[in-house]
Design a protein around this ligand. Sequence first.
Ligand SMILES: N[C@@H](CCC(=O)N[C@@H](CS)C(=O)NCC(=O)O)C(=O)O
Length: 217
Amino acid sequence: MSILYGVSASPFVRKAMLAHAYKNIPYELKLTPPGNNDAEFRQASPSGKIPAYKTDDGAAFADSSVIIAYLERISSKHSLYPENAANYAQALWFEEWSDSELMPATGALYFQRVLGPIFFQKATDPERVEEILTELIPKVLDILESRLTDKNWLIGEDFSVADIAVGSCLISLQHADYQIEQSRWPKLYSYNERFLALPIAQEQMANEQAVIDKITG
Ligand SMILES: N[C@@H](CCC(=O)N[C@@H](CS)C(=O)NCC(=O)O)C(=O)O
């Protein structure tokens, strides 16, 4: 069975886990914190970043986007990439934007309220939280609101890698106890409810919560 190296609390690892679940592809999660010196992990991820991957055949590589693209090649069932060229490009753009802009903003709050206190013994910094809440997060939520339509998902009615990437960040906000204001971001509010209600999101959040509960006792 393929091995996914990482920890489920990482939004990038979560992305890869959600894609496996959506496509119904089994894998083994090998708990690996970033920077770990395990030789097999470093073979897949020379920089030590998570997630990394080793296939059944022993091929090794890293990066959530690469892992998801690989999954699509080995199984086109429950495709995460639109057929139409323009929609395909849009989906890839959303994934890239989400990884490079939405993730840092949502991840900053997630770090302050959850990862820092629980995994790194770092107390929440109220001034930093205020800055994140008033500056970083509204900026990215405004962009999402402007891009959502009356369709269910980011690229119309078909769920795609765009939703996996953005949804992974929405899970970080959920863990961080952040409520999306319905009056300010109405489309995003509904989209968030729709994403979090998916069985793959529910299962992912339950798995992550179990890890947090184990650590916090
Ligand atoms: N583009 C990469 C980003 C992966 C990434 O930055 N992972 C973080 C954990 S959430 C990490 O390993 N950080 C450690 C580091 O930057 O050295 C992906 O999509 O997988």
